[in-house]
Design a protein around this ligand. Structure first.
Ligand code: HEC
Ligand code: HEC
Length: 301
């Protein structure tokens, strides 16, 4: 009894000291999740379907159906709204977090690639919970999605460690966390190895990964290592930040999709600066990326 009283006095004291009660803490969690999903994590860049004009269909936010038609897989992004029948409304928090960080559903079906599960495997417990708390608040949309077909062997990721994110005061480390646990920059920006998957060990960030946008429309990702001649080593911090948030290259030309510029635009200046500071620290790799004919024609430079 005495213990309980002491403990509750202590907790009440803490809440007073930090001006937070349980409701405020829950609001803070949803706010963090909203920031992550609308900003650096950009789940909607795959999970919100696009109209014929390549713009997201807003009243289908996160309702899935984006088609990936590759030799390795024929899959549609899932409906991750809280709709009970066609979305994830009936899933527990743990089941959703397991899908995001280890890439499997409760029945064991493996759901990646292309979902960047290897990146999300590094996500902190706090951020995973925040994302789920936010997903619970979006409008449920009924949208049944066809089942995926994979022509490659699939493997889940090992159990996520859920380590806390580094403190924001350590700019480079926090930037590394955004890039490697949230933003999946390297899953697009790393050169493909012999089996078509990104070669993280040998070509991290060196670009030249080909992404199909549609028939006859493929693009090459850029070299974002600090190499002075073929990467972004000679760009200023402001130029790199503008490429990320506005989709504009160093010489002022528009950059091509599918990088999630429209989401990265919602990142705080502090977070964008941290990403830039981190990118300066990765090993430079000389790799001149030739943009595809489609890319050069549609986005002249
Ligand atoms: C690069 C594209 C991509 C990104 C980015 C992405 N996903 Fe996915 N996700 C997919 C695809 C495709 C599927 C369906 C795979 C399948 O059915 O085998 C999927 C499946 C899922 C599922 C399983 C749901 C179900 O009903 O099968 C969940 C949950 C999920 N994603 C959540 C998220 C969240 C949360 C984020 C952001 C943190 C995210 N995804 C980012 C492509 C993506
Ligand atoms: C879905 C794939 C994808 C993701 C994810 C992605 N990018 Fe990109 N990015 C591209 C493509 C494609 C280009 C090249 C566009 C062009 O040349 O028109 C590009 C261009 C860039 C450029 C401009 C470099 C240059 O030489 O033109 C920078 C800087 C950049 N990305 C940084 C990032 C960072 C940082 C992240 C993570 C926060 C990221 N990208 C995530 C696909 C992606």
């Amino acid at each position: 009894m005495r213990h309980k009283t002491l403990l509750s006095t202590f907790i009440a004291g803490l809440a007073l000291a930090f001006h937070i009660g349980p409701a405020a803490a829950a609001d803070a969690l949803v706010a963090r999740g909203a920031y992550l999903v609308k900003g650096p994590v950009a789940c909607g860049s795959c999970h919100t379907p696009l109209g014929p004009d390549f713009k997201p269909i807003m009243d289908k936010t996160l309702a899935g159906g984006f088609h990936f038609d590759e030799p390795a897989f024929n899959t549609y992004s899932a409906n991750i709204t809280p709709d009970k029948e066609t979305g994830i409304g009936g899933w527990t928090d743990e089941e959703i977090i397991h899908a995001i960080r280890e890439g499997a559903e409760k029945d064991g079906r493996i759901i990646f690639p292309p979902m960047p599960v290897p990146t999300y495997n590094n996500m902190s417990d706090d951020d995973a919970k925040a994302i789920v708390a936010y997903l619970r608040t979006v409008k449920p949309v009924k949208n049944a999605i066809p089942l995926a077909k994979y022509n490659i062997p699939q493997q889940t990721m090992p159990p996520a460690k859920g380590l806390p994110a580094p403190p924001k005061s350590d700019k480079v480390a926090y930037g590394g966390y955004i890039v490697n646990a949230l933003g999946h920059c390297f899953e697009c920006h790393t050169t493909a190895g012999p089996h078509g998957a990104p070669d993280f060990a040998g070509h991290l960030g060196a670009g030249g990964f080909e992404i199909k946008l549609g028939p006859g429309m493929s693009v090459m990702t850029a070299n974002i290592t600090p190499d002075k001649d073929t990467g972004i080593g000679s760009w200023t911090d402001a130029q790199i930040a503008r490429a990320i948030t506005d989709g504009i290259g160093a010489d002022g030309h528009r950059l091509s999709p599918p990088m999630a510029y429209a989401y990265y635009k919602n990142m705080t200046t502090e977070d964008v600066d941290a990403v830039v500071a981190y990118l300066r620290t990765i090993p430079p790799i000389s790799n001149k990326v030739e943009r595809t004919a489609f890319q050069q024609k549609a986005f002249p430079r």
